[in-house]
Design a protein around this ligand. Structure first.
Ligand code: HMG
Ligand code: MG
Length: 299
């Protein structure tokens, strides 16, 4: 049973750019985010308040967020790893943040330098303060279908972390197949397991396309009842602390599939393809997505 409408969370300006060797300037990022908003995207993850030593690509996030035209861009969440990041996000005018935990112990250590339990303890105070300041908080769980260091990850681990973040007050939990190893039936089973604790309308899916499975996984998950999909224009992305992960699923590939299914999403496909080529040129590459390659000749 397919929905009439889904929400796309565009993560390109954050997840897409955080692993690129070419660093974009504040002006280039603002233009990218503004173009994405003009193409119809309503939720655009715009940066992260993490250590610039860990992720130099995001070092200018405060300037980017401060300068965004808040009347034009509806929601522009930023990643926050700790109370310092929260403070900086609030100062930059953020009303939406995302905390990011993992279903894998080793990935948690490599990515945020602490165990899963320590991260949940840290996020409890971040979420409490954020909610008190009237911010909306999204929660990520990475490596839900596999870890670059540990291999297979039990569904119970993703369920435990998702449930904990939801109980702390996250309005939505994004389930990340960070290294893109999932396949449709497994993705369906994982989401079903998590949905026993977190209502499915509060779950989002976040697939990477390392093995070309992302669209098939998304198709399986929306059939199950998921209504929010994360993606990145041009299929940009990867996590610097997840070796082997390729890009996120490309937003234009999701939009093309949703058009074929007659599911509302509010995004202009041609505009998106133009952005995909524009950002790829800035990064000295060609867009990864087949849709951007196929439609380019028509634009
Ligand atoms: P740490 O070394 O344990 O923390 O790192 P620390 O408190 O000891 O601080 C170390 C240094 O970072 C200090 O600076 C702090 O001031 C600074 P120094 O004294 O060395 O000059 N620092 C900060 N600077 C700016 N903003 C802050 C901040 N906090 C401390 N908020 C820490 C812990 C969490 C900071 C670090 O591990 C980190 O920044 N990690 C971020 C890694 C990251 O961003 N990964 C990518 C995002 S996750 C992802 O991509 C997956 C996802 O997309 C889902 C999916 O794709 O599946 C979400
Ligand atoms: Mg990602």
């Amino acid at each position: 049973m397919y929905p009439n409408q889904v929400t796309i969370v565009e993560v390109g300006p954050r997840d897409g750019l955080q692993n690129e060797p070419t660093l974009l300037t504040v002006a280039q990022k603002i233009e990218l985010i503004t173009d994405l908003a003009n193409a119809g995207l309503k939720v655009i993850e715009a940066g992260s308040f993490v250590s610039p030593k860990w992720v130099p690509q995001m070092a200018n996030s405060a300037e980017v967020l401060q300068a965004l035209d808040k009347t034009q861009i509806q929601r522009f969440p930023a990643l926050v790893p700790n109370l310092r990041g929260l403070q900086e996000a609030i100062e930059a005018g953020c009303q939406d943040i995302a905390v990011f935990a993992a279903a894998s112990e080793t990935f948690s250590q490599k990515n945020i330098n602490c165990s899963i339990a320590e991260s949940l303890e840290r996020y409890e105070s971040v979420i409490k303060e954020a909610l008190a300041a009237k911010l909306r908080v999204r929660g990520y769980v990475s490596c839900v279908l596999g870890c670059p260091f540990e291999g297979e990850i039990a569904f119970s681990s993703a369920t435990h972390v998702a449930d904990a973040l939801y109980k702390m007050g996250c309005y939505e939990i994004s389930l990340g197949d960070t290294i893109g190893v999932g396949t449709p039936e497994k993705a369906r089973q994982m989401v079903s397991a998590v949905a026993e604790r977190v209502p499915i309308e509060h779950l989002a899916v976040h697939f990477h396309d390392t093995y070309g499975q992302a669209l098939a996984n998304i198709y399986a998950c929306i059939a199950l009842g998921v209504r929010t999909i994360d993606s990145s224009v041009g299929g940009l992305g990867g996590c610097p602390y997840a070796p082997g992960a390729s890009g996120n699923v490309a937003t234009e590939e999701i939009v093309y599939m949703l058009n074929g299914l007659n599911i509302e999403h509010g995004v202009d496909l041609n505009a998106l393809v133009r952005i995909s080529h524009k950002v790829a040129a800035l990064l000295n590459r060609t867009p990864r997505s087949k849709v951007a390659q196929a439609l380019n000749k028509d634009l």
